[in-house]
Design a protein around this ligand. Structure first.
Ligand code: NIG
Ligand code: FE
Length: 427
């Protein structure tokens, strides 16, 4: 008899194993979003942190043997799937905005809170973050990453953007670099120096744009970030400023991202398509034309329903339900993210976001799961490594206490994930 392949870890008897395979090289859009490539009563074997075999549980014994000291997990009545990917967070910051949230409860909009006084909104977090030491920021961020991981996130994108001057933006990017070394999950780093105009540049915004541009070469050279993002918005940067910063960033070597059409319609989705950014995020005021242009260019649309929820933007819900339907019909690749930050969305749970995508956008469970895994992996340039269960890819796997994937968007408000495996290690 032929020698069986050896594994360090075998998970078997999963009621459903969602592989989501076949889209590591291309974005998942349209009707493909309805498919999860499921193995019923499935099993998966892991060797050296990578996926070595996938099949039916009954075929394990004829194909795979466990190495000495290897581990077997019985996933009976459980759901096995790729780890969740959170492709948009502002996870490194200090302070809290819960006092400000009382204004939200009293009926003020996000924009009104920002115009309340010179220290409110993003600037309040900027001040607290400028005052925090690097080690304080590392500690609080590690705890947040731990929480996100507990809820199933195995790859996360983190933006700078609460420093808003040279020394503090570099400080945050160094913190993210340190997090990469100290955390078990994969971290993707994004420079968001163009988050908003800091108070000291309020009347000379063009100088702040120049400052951001002048920081690009060092950040890129020192490998402090691979992506460059701009908050293109009335609270952030104009279309022309955004174009100027992102064109320079592209010339330096960055891959581009944008916060687009968040608080009002500016035509930023069209700019995102023109520039060929990897993702344009928020999109709450996107036009049909913007959708079609982004779809044609293959820009991932990252939807952030936690913001709509946290900021109580009821008026956006019907519009977005209609636009998301158009996005899918237009073959726009959709991903989901938390946008975790202290002002507009204070959750680290991708499970919560998945629920909200069902409630606000009426996305199907299949569309939601694809958006939180393989398309989210594409949005951070990591689809070759993560986002689906396929031989050779990283063994990033979550086991949830549900039997069918539909339950993932049905149940809410408590953690359904029981086991998180990153690079083949149970964490
Ligand atoms: O993505 N929109 C800009 N930035 C964040 C919010 C930042 C904040 O309010 O602190 C966002 O929503
Ligand atoms: Fe954001």
């Amino acid at each position: 008899m032929a020698k069986l392949a050896e594994a360090d870890l075998i998970i078997k008897n999963a009621s459903q194993l969602l592989t989501i395979r076949g889209f590591s090289k291309r974005l998942k859009t349209g009707k493909d979003m309805n498919n999860l490539n499921i193995v019923e009563n499935g099993a998966i074997a892991i060797k050296n942190g990578r996926i070595a075999w996938i099949g039916k549980s009954k075929n394990v014994k004829n194909n795979i043997s466990l190495r000495l000291k290897g581990q077997m997990i019985d996933a009976k009545n459980k759901l096995v799937m790729p780890g969740l990917i959170d492709p948009h967070t502002h996870l490194v910051f200090s302070g809290s905005r819960h006092e400000e949230y009382k204004m939200k409860i009293a009926g003020l909009s996000y924009t009104e809170i920002h115009s309340k006084n010179i220290n409110s909104g993003i600037i309040s977090t900027m001040k607290a973050t400028r005052n925090a030491s690097e080690s304080e920021l590392v500690c609080s961020a590690l705890e947040r990453i731990r929480l996100a991981t507990q809820h199933g996130t195995t790859t996360i994108e983190i933006k700078s953007g609460y420093g808003l001057n040279r020394s503090n933006e570099l400080k945050i990017l160094r913190v993210i670099k340190e997090l990469k070394k100290r955390s078990l999950i994969d971290i993707v780093s994004t420079f968001l120096g163009a988050h908003t105009i800091p108070p000291e540049y309020r009347n000379r915004r063009e100088l702040y744009v120049d400052l951001v541009i002048s920081m690009l070469p060092k950040i890129y050279k020192e490998d402090l970030a691979k992506y460059c993002d701009v908050f293109c918005d009335n609270l952030g940067f104009t279309i022309e400023e955004t174009r100027k910063i992102l064109e320079k960033a592209r010339n330096v070597g960055f891959v581009l991202k944008m916060h687009a059409e968040q608080t009002s319609y500016l035509g930023s989705a069209k700019l995102a398509a023109q520039l060929g950014v990897i993702s344009a995020d928020h999109l709450d005021h996107i036009s049909y034309e913007g959708i079609k242009k982004m779809a044609k260019r293959g820009v991932v649309g990252i939807l952030l329903p936690g913001v709509t929820f946290h900021l109580m933007e009821r008026q956006k819900q019907k519009f977005m339900e209609c636009q998301v339907k158009r996005m899918i019909e237009s073959e726009l690749p959709i991903a989901l993210a938390t946008d975790y930050n202290p002002g507009s969305c204070n959750t680290l749970s991708m499970q919560m976001i998945m629920k909200l995508a069902a409630v606000f956008y009426k996305m199907s469970p299949e569309q939601i799961i694809n958006a939180a895994t393989i398309n989210a992996a594409h949005a951070v340039g990591m689809a070759d490594e993560v986002g689906s269960l396929e031989i050779g890819k990283k063994a990033d796997i979550i086991i949830s206490d549900v039997q069918e994937y539909g339950e993932l968007v049905d149940k809410f408000g408590y953690n359904l994930v029981r086991t998180v495996i990153k690079n083949g290690q149970i964490i």
